[in-house]
Structure formats: structure tokens, C-alpha cells
Design a protein around this ligand. Structure first.
Ligand SMILES: [Zn+2]
Length: 348
């Protein structure tokens, strides 16, 4: 994604400030009726035979990612009290899980000190990069936990955004990231997960959220995990109702024969639109959603028609025919339809 203009950044800063002020007010009157969490689990799909190539790729990408070291303050505590992190920086905390502390690489104080300092410095640099690209950033610190195995596997990293819903408004309350070390060590996975930490605050449809994260993983981080399909029509998969299988993606940890197809197809869709309408397309989508703040008012997840409305606005072209052709569950709507939908959802 392209670099933002300064005016745009200033505008976003103003909007973020305005949003912060509003959120404080909302907190005062809020009646808590629900809490929830969006979870995005990202399976690593590389096979063992590709290991050598990957090591070479990692080296190459590592060079690209040797960003300027973060100037921010980084605090490290190799032996923290129970429940406290091993390190903290401006936008993160970092904690080693018990199973990782038992491993050779992390069982000595010095090893944990060195790793924590450099990991937080790197993650801060990456954070600055994504902030520069998107023009907005999440309000909450990201709490990262590293494991040997997370949920019994070393192949899935999970970013969760916690929120509460009350007074007809969703408010983000925290962000967590869980990485098995085997996933944390992959630059492309870190970029993918950090993209979620930024974009989850918009409560996007799963296929779009994953599509944008894979776009960053493949095209910014030059990853290899989820290659693009050559043809959207040729690789289309539909369910028994004739609806694109991307619409059935629950968004929680999923591992079925369809999962790899879903990542790749979602990426192919967002990449194709970006190619047609320019590098700034999704920056504009986020800008438009930020201006309207309608995403916060949805009780449930965002329907595809909602995001297609914003992508169409950003592209300056009605994209409903494009999505209908790919069998998405979509219809042409305007802002009044969205407002009406929100009102109906909230009616007792
Ligand atoms: Zn993901």
C-alpha cells in the first residue's frame, strides 16, 4: 500500500483524537450488555520440503526489515512476577509462556533479556511502518505471548481483539497476540498478525480482513505462505446454495481442507481490486469507514454488502456486479440501508 500524504495523516490524527474524546464520553454512560472477541487464527501452510528455500527467503526479508531500531523506551524484566510481562515498550508487552521458558533457548536470564529487547525493538519498528502505511493505529497496547505450542500446535498464530458492546456501540477493550515461536520466527506471519491488530478495530468481514492481512504478508513482507490464484472465476468454490465459500468463513480458528483456499482466494480478490483501482484503495476504504463510524454500531459482524458499499465508494465504481459475478452474498445498498439495518438490529 502506498505512502500517505501528510494532510491525510493530520486529518486521521484529528479524527482519532475526536474518536478518543467521544469514546471517553461513551464509557461514562455505557451499560455493559455484552463482551466479545474477534479472533483471527492464521495457519502456516508451508511444507517441510520448502524449508531451505524459506530460510533463504527469511534472510532476504530480514534484510528488508532491518528498519531503524526503535528509539522508544524498552523495559525488560527477565524474571517478572507472576502475571507480569518479560518486556514492555510503547505499543507492546511481551511475555514468555511456561512451556517456552522450559526450552533451552529461553531458560537462561541472559537469553531472555537479549531476545526481549531485540524483539520489542523490531516489533516497534514494524508498528511504525504499518502506522505510516495505514495512517491510523489501534488505541490499545498489544499484549504478545510467545509459546512453544499454542493450543497444542506450532502452526497457528492468533490475534484477538476484545470488545464490549453496550448502548448500541462496540468499543475495543484490548488486543492480544499469541505466537508459537515457530510462527513468530516468520516475518510474513508477524506482518500478517500485526495487520490484524490494526484492522480488527473495524470489525470487518472475515474474508476481507484476511485478504488485507495476506496482501500485506505476500506483497509487503514478500511472503510465500498464501499464493494468489491466476483466475478468480477459474478457482471459485461455492457452497450448496451457490454462494462463494469465503462467505462461510467463521473467522475463528479453522482448519479444514478449504482453509488454504480461503486465504488464497481472499487475497486474490483484494489484490485484484487493488490492481484495478490503485494502491490507495484500501487506505480510502478505512478513511471512509473512520469518517462514518458505522462499523462501531453493528451488533454482529460486518456483512459483505456493507464493506462492498465502502469499497465501491473508494473506487468510484459500483462493485456489486464484480462481487455478484464471484457469487458473494451481496446486494447494492446505500448509506440509508446501512442505517436502517443498524436500527432494525437494535430494536428491542
Ligand atoms: Zn489472519
Amino acid at each position: 500500500m502506498g505512502i500517505l500524504r501528510k494532510e491525510y495523516k493530520d486529518k486521521m490524527k484529528y479524527r482519532t483524537r475526536l474518536l478518543n474524546t467521544l469514546t471517553v464520553k461513551i464509557h461514562i454512560v455505557i451499560f455493559l450488555v455484552a463482551i466479545g472477541s474477534f479472533l483471527y487464527g492464521c495457519a502456516a501452510l508451508q511444507e517441510a520440503g520448502e524449508k531451505r528455500q524459506k530460510r533463504l527467503d527469511e534472510k532476504r526479508v530480514e534484510k528488508r526489515f532491518m528498519l531503524t531500531a526503535s528509539k522508544g523506551k524498552i523495559g525488560v524484566d527477565a524474571n517478572p512476577l507472576e502475571g507480569k510481562p518479560h518486556g514492555e515498550s510503547e505499543h507492546y508487552t511481551l511475555t514468555f509462556s511456561k512451556d517456552l521458558l522450559a526450552k533451552d533457548k529461553f531458560d537462561e536470564e541472559k537469553e531472555r533479556e537479549i531476545f526481549t529487547g531485540s524483539a520489542l525493538s523490531y516489533m516497534e519498528s514494524l508498528y511504525d511502518e504499518l502506522h505510516r502505511i495505514y495512517g491510523f493505529k489501534p488505541k490499545h497496547k498489544i499484549h504478545v505471548t510467545l509459546y512453544d505450542l499454542y493450543r497444542g500446535t506450532n502452526r497457528v498464530a492468533v490475534t484477538g481483539t476484545q470488545y464490549k458492546y453496550g448502548n448500541n456501540i462496540k468499543t475495543v477493550t484490548g488486543i492480544t497476540m499469541h505466537f508459537p515461536m515457530a510462527m513468530y520466527e516468520k516475518h510474513e506471519v508477524r506482518v500478517h498478525e500485526l495487520t490484524h491488530a490494526f484492522t480488527n478495530i473495524y470489525f470487518l468481514p472475515t474474508w476481507f480482513n484476511e485478504g488485507v492481512a495476506v496482501l500485506m504478508q505476500m506483497e509487503y513482507a514478500k511472503g510465500t505462505g498464501h499464493p494468489k490464484f491466476e483466475s478468480l472465476e477459474g478457482s471459485l468454490k461455492t457452497d450448496l446454495n451457490g454462494i462463494n465459500e469465503l462467505e462461510n468463513w467463521g473467522g475463528h480458528i479453522e482448519s479444514t481442507p478449504l482453509t488454504h483456499w480461503r486465504y488464497c482466494y481472499a487475497y486474490t480478490v483484494v489484490s485484484e481490486l487493488r490492481k484495478r483501482f490503485g494502491n490507495e484503495l484500501y487506505i480510502k476504504v478505512f478513511e471512509l469507514m473512520e469518517a462514518d463510524q458505522l462499523h462501531q454500531k453493528l451488533a454482529g459482524s460486518m456483512p459483505t454488502s456493507f464493506i462492498v458499499y465502502y469499497i465501491s465508494q473508494a473506487a468510484g465504481v459500483d462493485l456489486v456486479p464484480f462481487f455478484k459475478n464471484l457469487k458473494f452474498n451481496v446486494r447494492k445498498i446505500d448509506k440509508d440501508d446501512i442505517l436502517q439495518y443498524i436500527q432494525n438490529q437494535n430494536r428491542q
